[in-house]
Design a protein around this ligand. Sequence first.
Ligand code: NAP
Length: 248
Amino acid sequence: MSSELSGTTALVTGGTSGIGRAAATTLAGLGAHVVLSGRDAGRGAQVVEAIRSAGGQADFVATELGDEASARSLAARARELVGHVDVLVNNAGIFPFGPTADTVESDFDEVFSVNVKAPYFLVAELAPEMAKRGHGAIINVSTMVAEYGANGMALYGASKAALVLLTKSWAAEYGPSGVRVNAVSPGPTRTEGTVGMGEALDQLASQAPAGRPGNAAEIAEAIAFLATDRSSFVHGAVLPVDGGRIAV
Ligand code: NAP
């Protein structure tokens, strides 16, 4: 097992599924003690078990993210488990698609609560401690549709566009103290969360040079790059991992 992140700790939100599970597994494979969160305790236990049987270190915290209190209490639980957090991956997200006219206020609030408010207060809770220690890495998981207008993805895209700007703002705020804040911007990726899209996922992916959906491990590699010192001079970047979609 690689030891690039040995002696470090990571908190991965939404680590029970898809991209978050792949990120948790990859970071643990690099030696980090990973705390993963999600709502589904059964899936959480499975991910922890898989990481531990591969020789890694992991713990699960069941949390419904959405408001400030949930974010701060997740950070506190992570602290109890691993002492302090060196790497924060803001991955948990929801992506309901549909016409703007069909959106009800509670949908609007839920998307912004999970995709923006929870990461915001996790950073508010954890980044100052990283800054005090003089190092840390925060990786936000955005989406290619935060970069251009997509029919039916206005609400979701807007929430992730907010996360992109926060990435740059936090790079300005915490970078001088040694905390690197970056984002990955995935294209269509096969996960439990996109299973319901069926062929629409392939159709979306066919518009990019790679011509196919990505898999969660490919996104996790980019997250791992931004979590390690391999990206030591990278601050405030949004790394597209989208098969080339936004380039063409
Ligand atoms: P997924 O398979 O649906 O997994 C989502 C994860 O987020 C699960 O672990 C889920 O935990 C957690 N989660 C969702 N709502 C939560 C809440 N309110 N409180 C706590 N945890 C919550 O999704 P995915 O496809 O891997 O996507 C992960 C991230 O990548 C999201 O931010 C998404 O926007 C972004 N992304 C995905 C794609 C794609 O094509 N898949 C493309 C671009 C960007 P539980 O199920 O245990 O509750």
